[in-house]
Design a protein around this ligand. Structure first.
Ligand code: ADP
Ligand code: MG
Length: 501
């Protein structure tokens, strides 16, 4: 299907997948869309088309939801014991490990991210995550409850709770960590015995489709995981409003999250939302500056800033402001930008031309609203959706680059004098996903943590993730939590049982 003539090339396995990919997975069958329509996915480093993928819409979503419902209620999956579900997930983890190189190449090619990131994070951490969730399959338990009041002079009862699968899950996921997101929405659901209809982002459908193949190979019954590729406004919207969906798990922009919650409200479909961020990074005067400068630069430039927890607002104490900003600007200017498939690349292109235009528009607003440009601010010559790592200094809280999520490599920095001042600045956002504090003063750190409104606080670190630690947002960054036992809670319903005796 494609003619890859780059110097970097991709292996035979990834090449073979590109040649066969393009169909959707519904009820265990690889099928075209009902309409017969396709859309194209591109290599962000060159803009070339790398694949044509079925453009599913409402009719395909409906078929997939029916398949997921049948499987949910059928003997094969509905009657499967937890240890068997655990084993299937463990099989999947092994397969992901075995096909890691192929998945790394596909992820880098479809999304544009450096292979080093795909190897270390996206694909490298995946087996661990799957195995963590596999473990929960056999550890889901309710409670026995001693009744607290009398129900009449003689009546007695016994009470307990059952934890049951939430049902058919609709997973709608973004393009920044395509494979990771596909796993976040499927593995906890599968551990509980739920079934899934997954809608990957139209920019990056490939690794989710490869995951579908591996799920089949692992031995999951047909219809446990269904994958409908398609556009957000068609396939995504149809999933969000489908009455056969019990729970929507969404990661993406706040605007789309609100639309999904509204659509789901008509059926009282359960919803969890992991949305945008405008996360503050605070550097205190007592911080280890070498670490903090590198850490703050990574916090914004990792994955070209296309990270929901990106540290996009930087607050640096007056006493060290100039030193920190010149250090970050130096790192930004020295970053090696190039195609993701080049192992030397530190920052790849953005995912799409649309995303590049969005980011450039924000850079223009930073300039016109009076930001001080310390690094970057332009595009890289040649093809591909490249933007240079950009640093704005002396940013005022009311400026657009300080308020809106850019989802690109653009840092908005400002200085502060007191702790009260910086806590207020950090909290002055509609978002509340993560926050970073760099300091060697543990007393100050402990006093600041409870005052910051965010789902996660990093101290002397940024963008850490662990399958056992909950992740999610406050305020307009969303509700619900991913990972940890809390993720399992999000994919179960509690049934209370009273037995009179
Ligand atoms: P971005 O704007 O950065 O592409 P989105 O929030 O639009 O992020 O995309 C995240 C996911 O939401 C994608 O899978 C996309 O197809 C899907 N999506 C977009 N619009 C809608 C919608 N109206 N209803 C349901 N899903 C949508
Ligand atoms: Mg693509």
């Amino acid at each position: 299907m494609i003619d890859l003539d780059t110097d970097y090339g991709i292996g035979a396995a990834a090449q073979a997948f590109l040649a066969r990919a393009g169909k959707m997975l519904i009820g265990g069958q690889w099928v075209d869309s009902a309409s017969g329509e396709f859309f194209e996915t591109r290599d962000p480093a060159t803009g070339r088309i790398i694949g044509r993928v079925a453009a599913g819409d409402a009719e395909d979503v409906d078929k997939a939801v029916r398949a997921a419902r049948n499987t949910l209620e059928g003997r094969l999956w509905g009657g499967m014991l937890p240890a068997a579900r655990e084993k299937l997930l463990l099989n999947l983890a092994d397969l992901v490990e075995r096909h890691a190189e192929e998945l790394i190449e596909l992820e880098s090619l479809d999304n544009g991210k450096p292979v080093t990131i795909a190897r270390m994070i996206d694909i490298g951490r995946a087996p661990n995550f799957i195995r963590y969730m596999a473990g929960w399959a056999t550890k889901i338990e309710g409670a026995t409850i001693t009744p607290s009041v009398a129900m009449g002079p003689h009546a007695r009862f016994h009470a307990y709770t059952l934890k049951e699968p939430v049902g058919v899950v609709g997973g709608i996921i973004p393009w920044n960590f395509p494979f990771v997101m596909a796993l976040w929405k499927t593995c906890p659901a599968l551990a509980t015995g739920s079934t899934v209809v997954l809608k990957p982002a139209e920019q990056t459908p490939l690794t989710a489709l490869r995951l579908g193949e591996l799920i089949q190979e692992a031995g999951f019954p047909d219809g446990v995981v269904n994958i409908v590729t398609g556009l957000g406004e068609t396939a995504g919207a149809a999933l969000a409003r489908h009455p056969g969906i019990d729970k929507i798990a969404f990661t993406g922009s706040t605007a789309v999250g609100k639309a999904i919650a509204r659509a789901a409200a008509d059926n009282v479909t359960r919803v969890t939302l992991e949305l945008g961020g405008k996360s503050p990074v605070i550097i205190m005067p007592d911080a280890d500056l070498d670490q903090a400068i590198v850490g703050a630069a990574r916090a914004i430039f990792f994955n070209a800033g296309q990270v929901c927890g990106a540290g996009s607002r930087l607050f640096v104490h007056n006493a060290i402001y100039d030193e920190v900003l010149s250090g970050i600007a130096r790192i930004a200017s020295a970053m090696k930008i190039g195609p993701g498939l080049d192992p030397a690349t530190e920052m790849g292109p953005l995912v799409s031309e649309e995303q590049r235009q969005r980011v450039l528009h924000y850079i223009e607003s930073g300039l016109s609203e009076g930001g001080e440009l310390l690094a970057g601010g332009n595009v890289r010559a040649g093809d591909g959706y490249f933007v240079t790592p950009t640093v704005f200094g002396r940013v005022k809280p009311e400026m657009t680059v300080a308020r809106e999520e850019i989802f690109g490599p653009v840092l908005a920095a400002a200085s502060f004098e007191t702790i009260d001042e910086v806590v207020n600045l950090a909290n002055d956002s509609q978002y509340g996903l993560v926050a970073g504090i760099w300091s060697t003063n543990i007393n100050v750190v402990h006093r600041m943590i409870p005052r910051i409104r965010s789902g996660t606080v990093y101290v002397n670190a940024h963008n850490l993730m662990d399958p056992a630690v909950p992740f999610g947002g406050n305020k307009q960054s969303g509700y619900g939590r991913e990972m940890s036992k809390m993720a399992i809670d999000m994919y179960t319903e509690t049934k209370s049982v009273y037995i009179a005796y």
